[in-house]
Structures are given as structure tokens and as C-alpha cells.
Unconditional design. Structure first.
Length: 436
């Protein structure tokens, strides 16, 4: 019998990030009886109870080390991808004051799975992980790329190689549209350095699913799966966004499908990382497409998804802090996961103009003023406190999550909760879950 890990009675935790993902994680971490104190930085108007009241920037390793030492922090949880891709974990491991710090998040080598689409595609091909066919081009190969697109089957997918805040993916229905989209990368440089290399990828027809594993370098636990909605408009129309909402679990994520995903994708991925010498401790997010009955990887992310986290965390009945400590300590083996069987539906309230030019700075109402039930959650994302007002400061502003035994009822109630949030230009999708 495997002995469970030995935990301290109390932990002091620093969580980096400012979105609804971090607000959802903060609620779960702070609910643990082992949480002595939690700080969230830079945070938002919803995480004020855990705010940092002194200068702190993860890019300044001396400043971070001083904060960790002064406050006796034992666990660092990195919410977004940028610090991971830029090697924050590696810097911590080299700093004399941070070498004993437990960290949830992979090092820079592991974070290349998200930081470079070209690298992750080659990784999948090396380890026999099912994925769409693709070819990578640099700007100096433009004529070759254009010729390739003219003869490629349509639709086709163009992806920025680097980090593009979830917006560097364009689906093109015609060769002309593909050529115009290529110009966005290399003529208009819409995605900056992230678009210096472009993947031209086979379009997969199917339904998307997000699968999350929390890893400790050797072992893992699977968190509840989810499906998110990327297009801005009803019926999956319009531009891609960072995510307009999510459902967990998607009804098509059957035990048989999840078994295939573990055997064909999750396990080979972690074995591949180990074989390449990567000590991967943190979240592994597999974005996949169910093509017929077969799962195929669209992309990896090295952190939890947003808005999927806002649907997954409310369903998690296990102690999240214990799971995070076990992952960072290399002691997940034997840990069990308890999950609420109900559906969770998350509807994201967005600023006017999203995902284009945003209309920001408007006072918000509907965030307080009534008693919420235990199955209703509001998670702040792009919010900021200005005097007595809470104003919108980003494209995605608030995520409204409801749990219910009935999927349709969860979706109806989530939309109703989202529509209580009002500010000039506010909008949300009204069809989440209807395709399921």
C-alpha cells in the first residue's frame, strides 16, 4: 500500500496571476484548512482579500526572493504561462534563498510545450502522440509558404509559433483567406515575435475537449475535463477569443474516451518528457479534438485553462492545496481525487469590442447585493477597483459559474447569473452547452 505524503499543518502560498483562473484557484486554496495565508499577485478586484501590499514583480528575482523570505512562503503557484516560458522556475532553482521553495509549474524546457508550437508538434511526432499534420515556415520562406497554402486542402489552420494570449490561431476556409491571414503574421506583424514562425496545420473536424493533468515529475492525477468555447459569437461564429465560457464535464467525455486519452496522450506525453530529462511538476493542459471516436492533440498548455478552470475548480472536492504541495514535492502517488458529479457551466462576461478594440473603465453593477447559493460562483478577471467602483479593465471581465445536476439548467442559470453583471458594452454568449 502506498503511503500518502506527509503535509505540514499550515502553508503560506504565493499565487501569481490576475485572471479568473487565479481567482478560482485562490478560492479553492484558501478554503483548505492547511492554508495559513495566501497572497495573489498582481490579482484583480476579486482577489483583494489576498492582495500584496508591497512592490513585487516576478521578473525581478531579487524582489521575489525577498518577498518569499520575509513572509515565510513555502509554495509558489504560477498561474499564467508567461513566467514559466521565460524561465521563472529555473531562476528560482538557482537563487540561494529560493532553492527550498515548492513550485507548481514546469521549468523553461518543459514550458516549451506551450512556448513553441513548432517544438510541441515535433515533440508529439517524436513520441507517437496523435496530432494533426503540420509544417512550419519562417518569414524568409514566405514564397514557399504561399505556394504551400495554394495547394493545401481547406479549411487550414495557421498558428503563431510563440505565445499570443490565446489569439494566435486563425482558421481559413479558402486559399485567398489563408494568404491574407499569412500577411497578418508577417506584413502587419499582428502577433509580434510570436508570429515570426507560423505553423500551417491540417484542419481537424470534430469536437474539442480540454484535459488537465497535475504532474509531479513521475506521477499524475487527472482533473475533471471541460469543453471551452473560443469563438466570440453564438453558434461558434466570429473571431477566436481567449474563451467565452466552459462546460465541465462535457457529456461526450465518456470513461472510454478518457481511458483512450490517458493511454494514447497523457501517459506518452509524460513518458516523453521524462525520457528527455524534463522534471515536469505542474499542470499539463491538453487541448484535443475528438475526431470520430479518436482523440487528437491540438495543442499543449503548461498551466490550467481559462475559462475551464472556473468550471473545473468548483467541482473539485479534494483539498487543492494538498494536491499542489504533493505535485511540487514529487509525491502525488497514492493521492485520490474527489469530484462533484454535477455539471458546471461558466459564462464569461466581456467588454464591448472584445476581442478587438476594447471599451474599458466603466463602473460595474451586479457583483454584490444578494446572497449567492453554494452552487453559484463569480470569478473576477479584467476588473479593477477605482474608488468606490469596480470597473472593467480587460477583454474578459467576470466568469459566472453555476453547478447543477442538469446541464441545461446549469447553462440557463449560468447565463442568468452573468446577465446580472452590468456595465456599458457588456456582453456574453447565450448558447453555451446547447451543442452538447
Amino acid at each position: 500500500m502506498i503511503e500518502p505524503p506527509v503535509f505540514l499543518d499550515a502553508y503560506r502560498v504565493l499565487l501569481l496571476g490576475s485572471g479568473a483562473r487565479e481567482h478560482a484557484m485562490a478560492q479553492s486554496i484558501s478554503a483548505s484548512p492547511r492554508c495559513d495565508r495566501l497572497w495573489v499577485h498582481p490579482g484583480n478586484a476579486g482577489t483583494e482579500a489576498w492582495s500584496v501590499d508591497q512592490p513585487l514583480d516576478w521578473r525581478n528575482i531579487e524582489q521575489l526572493a525577498g518577498f518569499v523570505q520575509r513572509n515565510g512562503i513555502q509554495l509558489l503557484v504560477v498561474g499564467p504561462e508567461e513566467p514559466l516560458v521565460h524561465g521563472l522556475v529555473d531562476q528560482c532553482r538557482l537563487h540561494p534563498l529560493l532553492q527550498d521553495l515548492l513550485i507548481v509549474g514546469p521549468n523553461a524546457e518543459g514550458a516549451r510545450l506551450e512556448g513553441s508550437k513548432d517544438f510541441s508538434k515535433a515533440f508529439m511526432q517524436r513520441h507517437g502522440i496523435p496530432t494533426a499534420g503540420a509544417r512550419t515556415f519562417r518569414a524568409e520562406q514566405r514564397e514557399e509558404a504561399e505556394a504551400y497554402l495554394r495547394q493545401h486542402a481547406m479549411p487550414v489552420v495557421l498558428k503563431a509559433d510563440g505565445l499570443a494570449a490565446g489569439k494566435g490561431v486563425l482558421i481559413c476556409d479558402t486559399p485567398q483567406e489563408a494568404l491574407e491571414s499569412l500577411a497578418l503574421f508577417w506584413t502587419e506583424q499582428k502577433f509580434g515575435e510570436a508570429g515570426a514562425k507560423v505553423l500551417v496545420e491540417e484542419f481537424l473536424e470534430g469536437i474539442e475537449c480540454s484535459v488537465f493533468a497535475l504532474c509531479d515529475g513521475q506521477d499524475y492525477v487527472l482533473l475533471p475535463p471541460a469543453k471551452d468555447y473560443k469563438r466570440v459569437g453564438e453558434g461558434d461564429t466570429g473571431l477566436n477569443t481567449g474563451g467565452m465560457g466552459a462546460v465541465s464535464p462535457p457529456p461526450f467525455a465518456t470513461p472510454e474516451l478518457m481511458r483512450r486519452i490517458e493511454e494514447r496522450i497523457v501517459q506518452p506525453t509524460l513518458q516523453g518528457l521524462q525520457s528527455e530529462g524534463v522534471d515536469y511538476r505542474g499542470f499539463l493542459f491538453v487541448g484535443l479534438m475528438k475526431v470520430g471516436e479518436e482523440p487528437m492533440v491540438i495543442e499543449y498548455n503548461v498551466r490550467m485553462g481559462d475559462p475551464e478552470t472556473e468550471a473545473v475548480m468548483p467541482r473539485l472536492q479534494s483539498d487543492l492545496l494538498e494536491l499542489l504541495v504533493a505535485a511540487a514535492s514529487g509525491k502525488l502517488s497514492g493521492m485520490e481525487l474527489m469530484v462533484d458529479p454535477r455539471f458546471a457551466v461558466t459564462t464569461v462576461v466581456c467588454s464591448g469590442g472584445y476581442p478587438g478594440e476594447l471599451r474599458l473603465g466603466f463602473p460595474m453593477t451586479g457583483l454584490t447585493g444578494r446572497d449567492y447559493t453554494e452552487d453559484e460562483r463569480l470569478f473576477h478577471a479584467g476588473t479593477k477597483r477605482e474608488g468606490a467602483d469596480c470597473v472593467n479593465r480587460g477583454g474578459r471581465v467576470v466568469a459566472a459559474t453555476v453547478l447543477d445536476a442538469d446541464l441545461k439548467e446549469a447553462a440557463r442559470r449560468s447565463l442568468a447569473l452573468a446577465q446580472e453583471i452590468r456595465f456599458e458594452g457588456a456582453f456574453c454568449r447565450k448558447d453555451l452547452g446547447q451543442d452538447l
